[in-house]
Write a protein that binds this ligand. Structure first.
Ligand code: CUA
Length: 328
């Protein structure tokens, strides 16, 4: 089971009672709006309920006192129509401004691709490198996330940014923000996207991830790290690391057990029968094609797996091939 753990103590302490720490500029304006409307409502609920109780008591039925009819008062009617209308207009205006701030990216913002797929998030940076589960961001840099889904509806949700947006198959959605606090923030999927086919294969509940807000130097260092094989590592070991990090184990076991996709035990050199009835041998070319275009040649019996394509560099694909050769 490759359930990503919920983040731990690195998360900054929240300054508000009802929400996690705000970690972007946009989040602070949403909190301000939220608490503004919240206290506005508290004052009116207490005021209106109090006045109601007072009048119920004051004008209760008493012996010898008969009810007197009330008359229209145009001034009063205008007052309680126009004043609340004005309040609503102000609330709408402030909300709309806040909404626009979070929907439209600053001109110099960094564009990052977010892909949702059952059951993980992956992120592609401006340099073309992608990584699963973790979204690294440099502090103080305006960010624009361009989001899509490889299969069904998901919803990218980061409470620390107060942002949630659906990722929809066949179209792009986007959000914009500027992270302004160092630390980790939790990513959730907020759209029920499936229960998982087999036991231990994950599901909507396991579609978690982390945002890591770091300094510009740490960000640059991380970009270098994810693009090449770590020093002192062999391709097959790196391939194994990529297998774990990219949640391949969700569908492809290495111990021969059945999953959503064919097991990787003894996969290299194996003869497979495709859905077309054609026979193929699992070699370097077949593995490469199946990573980049998984729907091209599907092994018979795995028609419903629906693997999404993975955007990997040649070095990463070759490392995965080297690893698969070792899984016997
Ligand atoms: Cu993806 Cu829930």
């Amino acid at each position: 089971m490759f359930l990503q753990p919920l983040i731990d103590a690195v998360e900054p302490v929240s300054s508000t009672v009802q929400m996690p720490a705000a970690m972007s500029e946009g989040a602070e304006s949403i909190d301000w709006l939220f608490y503004g409307i919240y206290w506005f409502s508290v004052v009116f609920i207490v005021g209106i309920t109090g006045a109601m109780l007072y009048f119920v008591w004051k004008y209760r039925r008493r012996p010898g006192v008969s009810a007197a009819p009330t008359k229209d008062h145009t001034g009063l009617e205008l007052f309680w129509t126009i004043l609340p209308l004005g309040m609503c207009v102000v609330m709408f205006h402030v909300s709309y401004k806040t909404y626009i701030t979070n929907a439209i990216a600053a001109e110099n913002s960094m564009e990052i691709r977010v892909r949702g797929q059952r059951w993980s998030w992956s992120f592609q940076y401006p340099n073309g490198e992608s990584e699963p589960t973790q979204l690294w961001l440099p502090i103080g840099k305006p960010i624009r996330l361009i989001m899509s889904s490889s299969d069904v509806l998901h919803s990218f949700y980061v409470p620390a940014f107060r942002l949630k947006k659906d990722t929809v198959p066949g179209m792009y959605s986007q959000i914009a923000f500027t992270p302004n606090k160092l630390g980790d923030a939790q990513i959730y999927c907020a759209e029920y996207c499936g229960a998982g086919a087999a036991e231990g294969s994950g599901g909507h509940y396991s579609m978690l991830g982390q945002v890591k807000i770091v300094t510009a130097e740490e960000f640059e260092k991380h970009m270098k790290e994810i693009s090449k094989m770590p020093d002192g590592m062999t391709p097959d070991k790196w391939g194994q690391e990529l297998y774990v990090k990219n949640n391949c184990a969700t569908c492809h076991s290495v111990d021969g057990s059945a999953g959503t996709g064919p097991t990787f035990k003894g996969v290299y050199g194996r003869k497979e029968t495709l859905t077309t009835g054609q026979q193929v041998e699992v070699d370097d070319n077949y593995i490469r094609e199946s990573i980049l275009r998984p729907q091209a040649k599907i092994v018979k019996g795995f028609e419903t797996g629906n693997m999404p394509p993975f955007v990997f560099t040649d070095e990463k694909i070759e490392a995965l091939i080297a690893y698969l050769k070792t899984v016997k």
